[in-house]
Write a protein of this length. Structure first.
Length: 662
């Protein structure tokens, strides 16, 4: 081993030692969180890594940025072979990839091809980042120069790699097969007499750039280069959007929810160190889009900042009273969230923003009884009347008067339970939807019953608002009722009930087949149990409820129902998994909207811009918010909001039933 190899070995060992030290510090910081099992279902996790991490499916939701990122990402994956070649050359100067034999040509060609793609991507990305950034990257606090430093380092790694290979070819052109097509072209520009010296210069610059890049990562937002694949692998593979329960029976717990970093799980802290600060979550957030303080990216970045501070100072900051809640994240931010999951849907590295926000809400509500004043009445109504609205429980079944719908208490058993929900039972407008659904079930001769006054709120509003104790009380009481009647199949008209009964009740022993009425009614049409007597040529646009779409992946069924009646369906620009929230989820239905523009107005304007005379939906919250928005915009005489069940009933009955008018 010559003197240069020894120097290289010392430099390499020192750089790797620094990198290992940074990784150990990172692991200790993440380890401050509470334990959580994220290691089961390995095959599903590997599938997600293949599609999301390596397939870059979420990145490609934005074509230009996605293509640039894919070029750089896959370039780096392939170029690991080139980096390995350089390291081996540093230790053994005579080393060459030619030992691969017949594989050498394809490998060398791939290195040059992907290296060229990376250079092109970086050359486009640097001026784009500096002079033409997308709106999501223009927000205050975005680490623009950090991104530029990383891009320059990447470009340096690529240029020095090509320079090193070109100089090597210039020294011995007869040994190169031409597979390194970029380096071969560059070699023609290098005088043979200068090639040895240039090789040394390019080699050491290449090594310095690689090792510098490696050791800069732990201090950069580009740490996601190292953490994104693990974060995707460790992402939640349980029922989508289901909140994690708190074991309220655990007598060792003295604190519920989260107020500081050590109340979060290690995975939630890892999310913070995986955030790419791309701003996709921010650009999709309805609260941020309408001038609210909430910024999903900031929530996750604040977790990272607090975790780093806590690891560095530990009990010092704890004793001073500074913590994640209030010290970094404010109440105002947390209560602005509609839990619409748009941030989670858009995140390219599978960060789970909503879980962290709800855990912090739990910390506020359960530990300190801190929540917006208007929620005091909501919680009280849920405790006393089992509904978030101020209606008496005795009137819960009045919506069904005259329809002769059997009560489960009278029949004892039915194939399907129609779970009406609080809005379907009490809200004057949505009662008409409940009647439409029930009428369609009767026409199709479905064997169903309702619980009537035995039905209580599923607990979804309380749970999203952080009141886990109240939510679990309602869940327990409802489960006792459902199990008493042996219920297994449930039809719901509210996506929030669909989420709770279908996914979250399983956490407490419930095992039900729950279906939204749009899906069930489409099935009845397909089976020939419903017959269309007339069609419609009205222009209809469908608003995707967040809890029906992003939470439960139901996009086609309601559209199919509209298409069945030959209506002229038009889409809003933000639709399906990119649908814009109505503003009522996450308990926002019962809170005042005091900041910025009202979310429902933003969505209403988008619906009205389509020129549709009917805005279709499949959620009571969405119906209320869009109806209010249309009234406020002065369009109530020309545009109406209807549930897909009402639209279908008009076609089935052949006329407009009196209950379906706006």
């Amino acid at each position: 081993m010559d003197i240069l190899s020894i120097i290289f070995l010392v430099v390499l060992a020192g750089a790797l030692a620094l990198f290992v030290r940074s990784v150990r510090r990172l692991l200790r910081t993440i380890g401050q969180g509470k334990p959580e099992n994220r290691f089961g279902s390995k095959s599903e996790r590997l599938r997600r890594v293949a599609t999301v991490a390596f397939g870059q499916t979420k990145i490609l939701r934005e074509p230009l940025a996605g293509i640039l990122h894919v070029m750089i990402f896959w370039g780096f994956v392939v170029l690991l072979a080139a980096v390995g070649e350089s390291f081996c050359e540093g230790l053994f100067p005579s080393f060459s990839l030619s030992f691969l034999g017949p594989l050498y040509g394809p490998v060398a060609f791939s290195i040059d091809l992907f290296g060229l793609l990376v250079v092109c991507a970086v050359v486009v990305s640097i001026p784009r980042r500096l002079f033409f950034p997308p709106a999501r990257l223009k927000v205050e606090g975005h680490a623009k120069w950090d991104a530029v430093v990383i891009l320059v380092l990447i470009l340096t790694v690529m240029v020095t790699m090509f320079g090193q290979n070109a100089a090597r070819i210039a020294m011995a052109p007869e040994e190169e097969s031409g597979a390194r097509f970029v380096a071969t072209e560059l070699a023609a520009l290098i005088p043979p007499v200068n090639a040895p010296g240039l090789f040394v210069v390019f080699f050491w610059c290449h090594i310095a750039a690689v090792l510098g890049f490696l050791n800069y990562l732990p201090y950069s937002k580009h740490l996601h280069v190292l953490t994104s694949v693990p974060n995707v692998y460790l992402s939640d593979i349980g029922p989508r959007g289901a909140l994690k329960p708190i074991n309220l029976a655990d007598e060792t717990l003295t604190k519920f929810g989260a107020t500081d970093i050590n109340d979060l799980t290690w995975k939630q802290i890892l999310n913070g160190f995986t955030c790419t600060e791309c701003g996709r979550c921010t650009s999709a957030c309805p609260a941020q889009n309408t001038g609210k303080l909430l910024n999903p990216k900031k929530i996750i970045v604040d977790v990272r900042a607090r975790a780093t501070e806590f690891a560095r100072e530990g009990s010092t900051t704890e004793a001073s009273g500074k913590q994640l809640l209030d010290g970094f994240i404010t109440e105002q931010e947390l209560w602005a969230c509609t839990t619409c999951m748009a941030c989670v849907e858009e995140c390219p590295v599978m960060i789970e923003h909503v879980d962290t926000i709800v855990d912090l809400r739990r910390g506020l509500v359960l530990n300190e009884s801190r929540f917006p004043e208007e929620l005091r009445a909501t919680f009280s109504n849920l405790e006393r009347n089992y509904t978030p609205w101020g209606f008496g429980h005795a009137s819960r079944a009045e919506w069904a008067e005259g329809l002769k719908i059997p009560l489960m208490a009278d029949v004892g058993k039915a194939e399907f339970l129609f779970w009406v929900g609080c809005a379907g039972a009490y809200d004057a407008r949505y009662r008409k939807v409940s009647r439409a659904v029930a009428r369609l079930l009767q026409i199709a001769e479905v064997d169903f019953a309702i619980l009537g006054t035995e039905e209580k709120c599923t607990g979804d509003p309380a749970r999203r608002m952080g009141n886990e104790y109240l939510a679990q009380t309602l869940i327990t009481e409802n489960l006792a009722t459902l199990n008493r009647y042996g219920v297994r199949k449930i039809i719901v008209s509210c996506p929030h009930c669909l989420q709770s009964l279908g996914k979250e009740y399983r956490q407490f022993g419930g095992d039900f087949n729950v279906v939204h009425h749009s899906t069930f009614l489409k099935g009845l049409l397909d089976q020939g149990k419903l017959y269309l007597r007339n069609t419609s040529q009205e222009k209809i646009t469908f608003h995707d409820p967040c809890y029906l779409g992003r939470y439960n992946d139901t996009y086609d069924a309601p559209r199919d129902l509209i298409d069945e009646i030959d209506a002229r369906r038009v889409e809003m620009p933000r639709s399906k998994d990119r649908s814009f929230c109505c503003g009522a989820g996450g308990g926002r239905m019962w809170m005042e909207e005091r900041e910025g523009k009202r979310i429902n107005l933003e969505r209403t304007e988008e619906a009205l811009a389509t020129g549709a005379s009917v805005v279709g939906t499949g959620c009571p919250f969405c119906m209320t918010m869009l109806t209010d928005g249309i009234k406020e915009k002065g369009s109530a005489d020309s545009v109406r909001v209807q549930d897909v069940a009402e639209i279908l009933l008009e076609a089935v009955e052949g006329n407009v039933p009196p209950d379906s008018h706006r």
